[in-house]
Ligand binder design. Structure first.
Ligand SMILES: *Cc1c(COP(=O)(O)O)cnc(C)c1O
Length: 406
């Protein structure tokens, strides 16, 4: 069975639902299919067959969490005071560490009492935020391709994502002028994510200032997902939207410790910005979770207040990998460019090959896993994403294998 056929049953999940006693909610039925399931399955199968897989599919740092952060967790875990329910709104110590980090990094002043909210990873907050502001019939403006929770969070809140294509000719920025007026009237939230997953694109202050005007004029909330703010190359420093005038009236920004400190499994992030938006998210969350494990919060304080030099080393490591991969692919005639930030390389598939079959081809013929762009939305068709989360040696090995099948 080839990759395409293997994928099919996913789209017909409804069949087993019909013979079941329990009917899924309309919201859950409306969620987009999880297209990575099939590549995950194919990958596991290849591994089970003993093949030497080079996995460029995972957006998860391969390096360990720095030791000083683990030490802080260990120490905090020994204190019984940290074993009880945490405060919903996060420890004051963590909120002020976040505000200080923001001041230092972006020169933005945040009130730690009202403008900062720790999260159980930023995905959690991004997916829950729409519950605070959406009603049936509302739209959100969602970039396509995108990080899946923007669509998922919208649909679970009973609203509809309106897709804004991210096209190469617009440097993978949404074209706000193309959003029809009837959509603007019904749109409550716009999602933006720069540095961007999956395209690696970056946004400048000009884009943000146009976006703020658009949002204010149309009374739309801006969600800025800044998960990759610290993963940037060649001296580039991605801005925060909150640096711009007017942003605090309309924007909430989401951050994560996951990529910055190699802490994906720990589940720690935060939202910050407009106090009304922050309070609304806190209210939703107080009905869903009971805060982050206090020992993890204290480890997050250690991360944010600790020596940040390690981030420079991390960026140098990814930068070397990026150069090796993109220079190598370019030499083989592939259409790949060096991203200024993120650990993703967004690569055009050969003409006529679609993303899924090209990814399947790479896995079958070269034992290389890449993520088909279509998994991030229909405008990801024609692209695959490679993540810089393996060593340079493995990247070179991948290039050698690609050369062999070219
Ligand atoms: C990895 C990532 C996050 C971080 O998610 P956490 O839940 O904080 O681990 C957020 N947004 C994007 C676009 C990401 O790729």
């Amino acid at each position: 069975m080839d990759f395409w056929q293997a994928r099919r049953p996913l789209f017909h999940a409804g069949r087993s639902e019909r013979i079941s006693m329990f009917k899924l909610s309309k919201k859950v039925e409306a969620l987009p299919p999880y297209l990575f399931l099939e590549i995950d399955k194919a990958k596991r199968k290849a591994r089970a067959e003993g093949r030497d897989i080079i996995d460029l599919g995972i957006g998860d740092p391969d390096q360990p969490t720095p030791k000083f952060i683990i030490d802080a967790l260990n120490q905090a875990a020994l204190d019984p005071a940290n074993h009880r329910y945490a405060l919903d709104q996060g420890m004051p110590l963590l909120r002020s560490a976040i505000a200080d980090w923001y001041k230092h990094r972006f020169d933005v002043n945040l009130n730690p009492e009202t403008e900062v909210l720790p999260l159980i990873g930023s995905k959690e907050g991004i997916a829950h935020f729409p519950l605070a502001f959406l009603n049936p019939g509302d739209f959100t403006l969602v970039p396509d391709p995108c990080y899946p929770p923007y669509k998922g969070g919208t649909i679970l809140a009973g609203a509809k994502p309106y897709l804004m294509p991210l096209l190469e000719e617009n440097s993978f920025l949404p074209d706000l002028k193309k959003i029809p007026f009837f959509v603007r009237r019904k749109a409550r939230i716009i999602f933006v994510n720069y540095p961007n997953n999956p395209t690696g694109a970056c946004a400048g202050r000009d884009f943000y200032s146009e976006l703020i005007k658009f949002a204010a004029r149309n009374k739309i909330i801006i969600i800025s997902d800044l998960a990759y703010s610290e993963m940037a190359y060649d001296g580039y420093q991605p801005p925060s939207i909150l640096e711009l005038p007017g942003a605090r009236e309309v924007a909430i920004e989401f951050h994560s410790l996951s990529k910055t400190y190699n802490m994906t499994g720990w589940r720690a992030g935060w939202a910050c910005g407009n106090p009304q938006l922050v309070a609304a998210l806190a209210k939703v969350k107080s009905n869903i979770d009971s805060g982050i494990f206090s020992a993890v919060q204290l480890a997050a304080v250690a991360a944010l207040r600790g020596n940040q030099d390690y981030i420079k080393d991390m960026c140098q490591l990814y930068q070397r990998r990026r150069n090796t991969l993109v220079d190598g692919l370019t030499a083989l005639g592939w259409a790949a460019t060096k991203p200024k930030a993120t650990f993703y390389v967004w690569i055009k598939t050969p003409p006529k090959a679609d993303a899924l079959s090209f990814a399947a081809h790479l896995l079958k013929e070269a034992d290389i896993v890449a993520t088909p762009g279509i998994g991030f939305g229909k405008y990801g068709q024609g692209y695959i994403r490679m993540a810089l989360t393996v060593s340079e040696e493995r990247i070179k090995e991948a290039l050698a294998r690609i050369e062999k099948i070219s």
